[in-house]
Design a protein around this ligand. Structure first.
Ligand code: PNS
Length: 165
């Protein structure tokens, strides 16, 4: 069974992420979407890891070979535990590439059996990111072009509760 992992911060999952998930899910028997810690974003999270997992689960509920998980370990170690041989990463622009290439090389150094497969983002989602979603949401903008409809209300509620706090 070919297992792949789609890792990320997913704070929150966007339509761009969902597009990558759907395209990767047809390439593997099992795809694990895993919420991990990005140490560069550690104090900037809007949703807890558990909340991110719940949001992703809502969105992928109808994709039978997609699982959702979270982990605080190194990605290379997590992949070893799950017997996964491939990491899937989406590339929106050339600017994503430098950092992603470095991560791919580090992950293969840590786990030599682990390959990284890059999927180019669909043109219509190249401008979509979790940061853009949060920024648009704070200004009350329509989020339907940015996040899956199943979670729009959750994102709006979270932004509202942040305002009240
Ligand atoms: O969505 P992001 O923030 O670009 O995802 C980055 C993420 C979470 C995949 C990356 O930071 C990661 O793999 N974190 C886990 C810790 C790890 O393995 N770090 C070494 C990779 S250089």
């Amino acid at each position: 069974m070919k297992t792949a992992i789609y890792p990320g911060s997913f704070d929150p999952i966007t339509l761009g992420h969902l597009n990558i998930i759907k395209r990767a899910a047809v390439c593997f028997d099992r795809l694990i979407v895993c919420v991990l810690v990005n140490s560069e974003k550690i104090n900037r999270g809007m949703f807890t890891p558990e909340e991110r997992v719940e949001l992703i689960r809502k969105v992928v509920a109808k994709l039978p070979n997609v699982e959702v998980d979270c982990s605080s370990t190194l990605l290379a170690e997590y992949a070893r535990q799950k017997k996964a041989c491939t990491l899937v990463k989406g590339l929106r622009a050339v600017s994503d590439y430098e950092n992603e290439l470095q991560m791919a090389l580090i992950n293969r150094k840590l786990n030599p059996r682990l390959e990284t497969m890059f999927l180019p983002s669909s043109a219509k989602y190249t401008y979509v990111s979790s940061s853009v979603v949060k920024e648009m949401g704070r200004y009350g903008a329509d989020l339907s072009d940015f996040v899956p409809r199943e979670i729009i209300e959750d994102v709006q509620k979270k932004i509202e509760s942040g305002r009240e706090a």
